[in-house]
Ligand binder design. Structure first.
Ligand code: ACM
Ligand code: ZN
Length: 433
């Protein structure tokens, strides 16, 4: 009654104190009384289970403002999530200023708006905003704004992970710079049919990517991971392109995969020259590039296990459990989503792939991905993210029992009260959740 306690926080590194305080916020939240807090005597010894506890936000399909991104960092850090991966480029828009290639943002960061909600990239029209009054939807981060986001995140123990998605998903880049398009491709028509991989034979491509990496390095501090994409690459255009075919001959290869392997290896080497890490989606884990490239496994545990077996550091982001753009329930009241069904219980129940101790040592962490085809505002993103990100956060931080969903649920209910105070538009838990 009105007594005073002593709080002692001790950590091996400054970030440990930050996390200790986040735990205290949760303890206080759980021990509120009418006129303050009544906290029992307790002691916690704590270390994170995995070092990479991430969320990916797709800012290409829909653009989110600085304030919205910062708000996301705030909520993530409250639950000790520590990597915010920004999917900065894709067909629908290029979202970071690159000074050497101004058309990426004057032209490919703006589109003629479609109705909110469903967004069909095959119908999208990118255009220079100043010349087409209809091209009003979009936006991008200047390099100074990105520095501000990085600093804001850093003070909350969050690392920003930029992704430049290559060689596929590159319609926005190709639209702005035609030198990246293969010979014989009828662009933009074929680009919209999924032939959106940049040319592997023209010297302009490698120059372009290295220039972009140089500018990323001017903004992101050494040690940052740089994500190079490599998901869902269509090699169709490469088959008929004389530049690509010449390159294949130079490499003394016949399989088109050799083009993307060589391209990836060159870029990865370039990225790592100054102490940055190169990351790719798991398709590129099959290219036999070097083992130091991090593999982010989105297609599932089998692909994660295959990459770990080869010796790649692995981040687990399986679409079976951690794709937060999928539906949370089959109720007809859910906002329109891309498909799939991943209820809260399923996120919490995720089991790691079967791995030997050596392979398991390659697992760097867990990550949820939030693609935004249908998530046209931050309220929808928050609805899809929470409470599922609470389940991810707990599984990534603690060595808790994935089958003890009931006890997680009681903690999640308290955490949602915190989110309520922050005006985060989470999805309330149902009886049956
Ligand atoms: C992905 O979902 N294409 C990484
Ligand atoms: Zn080509």
């Amino acid at each position: 009654q009105g007594g005073r306690g002593v709080l002692r926080l001790k950590a091996a590194a400054p970030r440990g104190l930050f996390y200790a305080w986040q735990s205290m916020v949760q303890v206080l939240n759980a021990n509120r009384t009418e006129d303050g807090f009544s906290v029992p005597v307790f002691s916690i010894r704590d270390v994170p289970r995995v070092e990479w506890r991430g969320i990916m936000l797709d800012v290409s399909r829909h653009f989110f403002t600085m304030a919205e991104v910062k708000c996301m960092i705030d909520t993530m850090s409250l639950f000790k999530l520590n990597r915010l991966h920004l999917h900065l480029t894709d067909g629908p828009g290029w979202r970071m200023e690159i000074k050497k290639y101004p058309l990426l943002t004057s032209m490919s960061a703006w589109r003629v708006p479609l109705a909110n909600g469903e967004w069909n990239w095959q119908e999208v029209k990118l255009a220079i905003q100043e010349h087409d009054p209809e091209a009003t939807y979009g936006g991008f981060y200047t390099q100074d704004q990105m520095r501000e986001i990085i600093a804001y995140a850093r003070s909350r123990q969050v690392t920003i992970v930029p992704e430049i998605d290559l060689p596929g998903h590159s319609y926005a880049a190709m639209h702005a710079y035609g030198d990246l398009i293969c010979d014989g491709v009828d662009f933009p028509v074929e680009g919209k049919k999924g032939r959106d991989a940049v040319c592997m034979g023209r010297p302009e491509t490698l120059r372009f990517v290295k220039d972009v990496v140089d500018e990323l390095k001017a903004v992101f501090p050494p040690g940052s991971p740089i994500h190079l994409g490599h998901d869902e690459v269509s090699a169709e255009a490469w088959k008929k392109c004389r530049y690509c075919q010449n390159r294949l001959k130079d490499l003394n290869e016949t399989d088109l995969k050799a083009l993307s392997r060589d391209f990836l290896q060159q870029i990865a080497d370039y990225v790592r020259k100054d102490g940055y890490d190169a990351i790719v989606w798991d398709e590129a884990g099959e290219l036999e590039a070097d083992k130091h490239i991090f593999v982010m496994a989105w297609r599932g545990n089998d692909f994660a296990a295959a990459a770990a077996r080869k010796g790649h550091p692995v981040i687990l982001a399986p679409c079976s459990h951690f794709y937060f753009d999928y539906y949370q329930s089959s109720a007809p009241t859910e906002p329109k989503a891309i498909g799939g069904l991943i209820p809260l219980r399923q996120v919490y129940g995720y089991e790691l792939p079967e791995l030997s101790p050596e392979e398991a040592s390659k697992v760097r962490g867990l990550q949820a991905n939030i693609w935004t085809e249908y998530l046209y505002d931050m309220g929808l993103v928050e609805y899809m993210a929470w409470p599922r990100a609470l389940a991810l956060a707990e599984r990534a931080w603690s060595d808790c029992d994935p089958r003890d969903y009931k006890s997680f649920r009681s903690r999640a209910a308290l955490a949602l009260k915190l989110l309520e105070k922050l005006a985060v538009k989470y999805r309330p838990m149902d009886e049956e959740d």
